[in-house]
Design a protein around this ligand. Structure first.
Ligand SMILES: NC(=O)c1ccc[n+]([C@@H]2O[C@H](COP(=O)([O-])OP(=O)(O)OC[C@H]3O[C@@H](n4cnc5c(N)ncnc54)[C@H](OP(=O)(O)O)[C@@H]3O)[C@@H](O)[C@H]2O)c1
Length: 269
């Protein structure tokens, strides 16, 4: 990719995006500029040759794309700080879970294309699912951003009203699946594997299961049927998990996380 890109907010996600851009996005490190208030904490990015610093105005100066990756409560202040310095043709991409495109526009004005993106931290590996939303027509800027994120995993264009839901399913989803992998590993340890061995088996098995669904597009139950011999071990264990609320607890957790977003909104956070 050509053109400069800046990431304002080099925290967990900003760092993952920075690494993804140079490892999978076709960006040269010198074309990527990442800022945070404590720039000394971006050693990993610096070691890769990415420009890092504290000066947001300098970072966005020649940026074709500006990615906003601060916490929701930090975004308004940041927008006020940079609004007079955003280059005319820069595309603004907000990965912040709150603040609508309209809201961002009321702060910075109407001059720039604004796109919301909801990736997850697997973007550093080029394995994110990034949901994208735009307010209005999917123009040249949108296509550019879609192309960028599709180099870093899969993309899905959604209505902006679903961005909060995509935060839970795609972004928080990483934590949900990691916890499941940990639980499976712990079962493996009880069966006699060393922790590292159990984790390796669990993680690779999760990757394989996901790969089967992604490649086939089949419903999970169709693939489960291929593994569950009648009266066999797998169905016995699986049913025991369901009797203890496996699917139900996951669905309830997802709904509870989502409701928390609504609570935070009401509190103005
Ligand atoms: N983490 C995820 O998996 C994930 C996934 C999807 C979306 N998101 C969204 O992405 C955003 C960032 O999440 P995160 O987990 O990466 O949070 P984080 O680790 O707290 O990162 C936020 C970063 O923003 C920096 N920052 C704050 N104000 C700034 C300013 N005025 N100028 C420059 N940098 C500033 C902070 O710098 P200092 O720490 O140096 O003060 C911090 O490094 C959130 O809005 C979140 O909703 C996160």
């Amino acid at each position: 990719m050509t053109g400069n890109i800046s990431i304002i907010g080099g925290g967990n996600l900003g760092t993952a995006i920075g690494l993804g851009l140079i490892q999978h996005g076709g960006y040269k490190p010198e074309n990527v500029f990442v800022t945070r208030r404590h720039p000394e904490r971006m050693k990993k990015l610096r070691e890769k040759g990415i420009q890092t610093g504290q000066d947001n105005i300098l970072a966005i100066k020649d940026s074709e794309i500006i990615i906003l990756a601060v916490q929701p409560t930090q975004l308004e202040k940041l927008l006020v700080e940079i609004r007079d310095y955003i280059p005319d043709k820069s595309i603004i991409v907000s990965v912040v879970s709150a603040l609508s495109i309209d809201h961002i526009e009321t702060i910075i004005g109407k001059g720039n294309d604004i796109i919301r993106a909801m990736p997850n931290v697997a973007i550093s590996l080029g394995e994110s699912i990034t949901c994208l939303a735009v307010n209005g027509v999917k123009n040249e800027s949108f296509r550019k951003v879609e192309k960028l994120f599709s180099r870093l995993g899969q993309t899905l264009v959604i209505d902006e009203s679903l961005i909060a839901a995509s935060t839970i399913l795609g972004a928080s989803g990483i934590a949900f699946f990691l916890r499941m992998i940990r639980a499976v590993s712990q079962g493996g340890i009880q069966l006699g594997f060393h922790a590292e061995e159990a984790q390796m088996i669990a993680a690779q098995t999760a990757k394989g299961a996901a790969g089967i669904l992604i490649e086939s597009g089949n419903h999970p139950e169709r693939e489960i049927d291929k593994v569950t011999t009648p009266r066999g071990l797998t169905i016995t264990g699986l049913n025991e998990m369901e009797h203890n609320g496996l699917s139900s607890s996951l669905i309830k957790g997802i709904i509870t996380s989502y409701k928390e977003i609504e609570n935070l909104k009401k509190q103005g956070k």
